[in-house]
Design a protein around this ligand. Structure first.
Ligand code: ATP
Length: 142
C-alpha cells in the first residue's frame, strides 16, 4: 500500500492547500480522527480545531472551522468554512476577536448568544495556537 495519501483543503474563497501526507489528524464533530493511507472511506462534519499532517518528516498545522471532510483510502478532501495556514493568521485580529467574545461572555447581557460567543473564543484560540506553532518551529530549528 502507498505510504502517503493526497489531500486538499478548500474553503468557499479558495484552495488553501493541496499536498501529500503520511498521516493527518482532523477535528471531527465528535473528536479528533487520525488518518493513515488506506483509511476506510468516511464523511464527517468538522468542528473548530487544528489540522495537523506529517509530510516529508515535518509536521504542519492549520486552523480550521466547520465544514466536512471526505476520507478515501488514497485521498482526503476538507471542505471547510474557514482554514488558515500559520503564516496567514493575523495574530492581532485573533487576539481582538478573542477579547471581544470573552467580553461578551463576561458582560452576560440580555442579547448574549452564548454558543456563538463561545465558538468565537474557540476559533480565536485555535488561530493563536496554530500561529504559535510556526514560531515554535522556526525558533526550534538549529
Ligand atoms: P473575526 O471576528 O476577526 O472576523 P471570526 O472568527 O469571526 O473572526 P470567521 O468568521 O471564522 O472569523 O472567518 C471569516 C474569514 O476571515 C475567513 O476567511 C477566515 O479565514 C478569516 N480570518 C478570521 N480571523 C482571521 C485571522 N486571525 N487571521 C487570518 N484570517 C482570519
Amino acid at each position: 500500500m502507498a505510504d502517503t495519501f493526497e489531500f486538499e483543503i478548500v474553503t468557499p474563497d479558495k484552495m488553501v492547500l493541496k499536498d501529500v501526507a503520511e498521516q493527518m489528524q482532523i477535528p471531527a464533530k465528535n473528536g479528533y480522527i487520525g488518518i493513515l493511507p488506506g483509511h476506510a472511506p468516511l464523511i464527517t462534519e468538522l468542528a473548530i480545531g487544528e489540522i495537523s499532517y506529517t509530510a516529508h518528516g515535518t509536521t504542519n498545522y492549520l486552523a480550521v472551522a466547520w465544514g466536512f471532510a471526505e476520507v478515501l483510502p488514497n485521498k482526503v478532501t476538507i471542505l471547510a468554512e474557514s482554514a488558515e495556514k500559520p503564516e496567514d493568521i493575523d495574530l492581532g485580529r485573533a487576539q481582538e476577536a478573542k477579547s471581544r467574545a470573552e467580553e461578551r461572555l463576561r458582560a452576560n447581557g440580555p442579547e448574549l448568544d452564548y454558543e456563538r460567543a463561545l465558538n468565537a473564543v474557540k476559533r480565536a484560540e485555535v488561530r493563536l495556537q496554530v500561529a504559535s506553532r510556526v514560531s515554535a518551529r522556526s525558533t526550534g530549528a538549529h
